[in-house]
Design a protein around this ligand. Structure first.
Ligand code: KIV
Ligand code: ZN
Length: 392
């Protein structure tokens, strides 16, 4: 992959099978990982981070098997800046058509002092040594500066420049703790663009966590400031509050043409992929999740329903089919209006107008207060009872 910081292509680096899979209780076996990897390939991701091979024999094996099973995306393996990790990552990638080693080290003073018990100069040297060592095995080496979100920008620029000089093709700037505000993170990327002499020889990658709910906003701001790779997961799953959600970034790029960005994701597969990941990991998707939640295309208040029935675009910026959802839903609750009731009855082949509609609507409200959501079957019962009363 060559440097393309000035063009409009955004590389989608999916880490569902590595950072996403770190969610407690969501660990997958190799067969499950292969199923997800194949669906990520169909979805059109550019890079699959398949695992952290040194972490367990199972994870090592998964990277090997994914490398065999998947041919289009680059297969990436994570390592610390440690020789045995890098050797293990290289070994796990031996069947990959295009393999990448992702190596790096903590760069914030917090990590340097309290985790690595070291100093800035030593960390810089270790980072450079790791990149050089990884280059002995693969051409494509990504360097991560862990906790870059809380790293001093001057020092970050120095270590990034040294990593690129050592051969890094991609430099990953993780907001590991989800600390940054969008402006701060954007400024950080801009600072690197302006102060790292060799930055045009590498792609800047954004890797954001969602501890303050800003992972997607931070990732998009990174793109606006020159990043061209986004590290993300399906459904935003990941450590603690999760990672940047793939579907949110992709749909933001698609909906905001003025950003002049594009990626190769087949958006119609977003919803099916979301469901596959959710079921395989046993991790439910919150109903109000952007893009893929079960309520993302459901309308239940009277004003919104009336608006959507008149023109979908009144309350929807994404057409459900664009992301693989069959249709928008008009949910009948006690907050629904006559227009929605009429619409849903018509879908059942029942036409009611004028006074008749007013009358059945009053009875509908009583029922909705009681049962909360009125499904088709209850609607039929409501209409049957209503017709009997009208006849008698
Ligand atoms: O959040 C993070 O810093 C990471 C790195 C290992 C890339 O996941
Ligand atoms: Zn992470």
């Amino acid at each position: 992959m060559s440097s393309s910081n000035n063009d409009s292509k955004v590389y989608i680096f999916d880490t569902t099978l590595r950072d996403g899979e770190q969610v407690p209780g969501c660990q997958l076996n190799a067969d499950e990982k292969i199923i997800i990897a194949k669906s990520l390939e169909s979805l059109g991701v550019d890079i699959i981070e398949a695992g952290f091979p040194i972490s367990s024999p199972g994870d090592f094996n998964s990277v090997v098997e994914i490398s065999k099973a998947v041919s289009d995306p680059i297969i990436c393996a994570l390592s610390r800046a440690v020789e045995k990790d890098i050797e293990c990552a290289a070994e796990s990638l031996k069947y990959a058509k295009r393999g990448r080693i992702h190596t790096g080290i903590g760069t914030s003073d917090q990590h340097i002092i309290h985790k690595l018990k070291s100093n800035r100069e030593d960390i810089l040297e270790r980072g450079v040594r790791a990149v050089k060592y990884a280059k002995k095995f693969v051409e494509d080496v990504e360097f991560y500066a862990e906790d870059a979100g809380r790293t001093d920008n001057e020092y970050l620029a120095r270590i990034v420049e040294a990593a690129i000089a050592a051969g890094a093709t991609v430099v990953n700037i993780p907001d590991t703790t989800g600390f940054c505000l969008p402006d701060m993170y954007g400024e950080k990327i801009k600072f690197l663009k302006e102060n790292v002499k060799n930055i045009d020889r590498a792609i800047i990658s954004s890797h954001c966590h969602n501890d303050l709910g800003m992972a997607t906003a931070n990732s998009v701001t990174a793109l606006r400031n020159g990043a061209r790779q986004i590290e993300c997961t399906i459904n935003g799953i990941g450590e603690r509050a999760g990672n940047t959600s793939l579907e949110e970034v992709v749909m933001t790029i698609r909906k905001h043409r003025e950003l002049n960005l594009n990626c190769d994701i087949n958006t119609q597969l977003l919803y099916p992929t979301s469901r596959l990941v959710s079921q395989t990991m046993g991790m439910p998707v919150q109903p109000n999740k952007a893009v893929v939640g079960s309520n993302a295309f459901a309308h239940s208040s009277g004003i919104h329903q009336d608006g959507v029935i008149k023109s979908r675009e009144n309350y929807e910026i994404i057409a459900p089919e664009e992301v693989g959802v069959s249709k928008s839903d008009i949910i009948l609750t006690a907050r629904s209006g006559r227009a929605a009731l009429k619409f849903r009855l018509e879908a059942l082949g029942i036409i009611v107008e004028g006074d008749e509609l007013n009358e059945i609507y009053s009875q509908f409200l009583v029922m909705a207060d009681e049962i909360k959501v009125v499904e088709d079957e209850s609607l039929r019962v409501l209409h049957r009872n209503f017709s009997k009363v009208m006849i008698s």
